[in-house]
Design a protein around this ligand. Sequence first.
Ligand code: 6AU
Length: 264
Amino acid sequence: MDARLNHKFSQRANGLKNPLAKALLALMEEKQTNLSVAVDLTNKADILALVDKIGPFVCVIKTHVDVIEDFDQDFIQQLTALSEKHRFYIFEDRKFADIGNTVKLQYSSGVYKIASWAHITNCHTVPGEGIVQGLKEVGLPLGRGLLLLAEMSSKGSLATGSYTQTTLEWAEKHNDFCIGFIAGRRFPNLQHDFITMSPGIGLDVKGDGLGQQYRTPHEVIVNCGSDIIIVGRGIYGAGRDPVVEAQRYKQAGWNAYQERLSGK
Ligand code: 6AU
């Protein structure tokens, strides 16, 4: 058993090397939330209105900026202002997947200039360790953090076995920049502590007909040792009141964390 599973987020903050990871864990304890919302809407106004409503209940807002029809720098300014108003971190779910030199350009430049505003981003490890090195050259001096996709929530994912294992080794090696993993569970026997963020979370449905697989906050946090739940359509999907749902998922995630701490 990993003893760190029974430590509060605020205690674990001391053990992580990356300053953003420390700040995120401290914020979670302070705001009493381990909920990240995936805001996969396609226009600025809808996203900003939703984020303003649910901001008080989350530690991280996750974006896919390449699906926004009217993306511009004003969107980034407004999102950044909301992150300061409600105190949450911004995670651009870019899933970089190219050679080190190319991802450096994709992360720093182009239309989105992700490194200039996203506190957190993520990458696949399929290209090899150079992807982590390339992103780190851009992100570390800016105080950013990286999540490695060690597993995926979708059916038939190839991120398993030795692929996952090698991903963990690179995170250990680059733990100044890698703050954790996208995965369905906490990985045992790691030398350093990392933050585990789990997508594929739903309280009402089991899947979406396109391979997504949902588990409950209790399952991933208590049974599997994850830290942060990432919830998308469960909160803003058709017929849902996002404020009610955000509070419901926040409570479910926090209760699960408390249950884990109590060691029951
Ligand atoms: O709750 P949903 O299914 O509406 O949204 C889940 C969100 C989406 C996916 O792009 C993302 O989580 N995601 C990821 C991430 C966060 O990297 C990895 C994964 O394995 N599965 C997954 O759904 O925005």
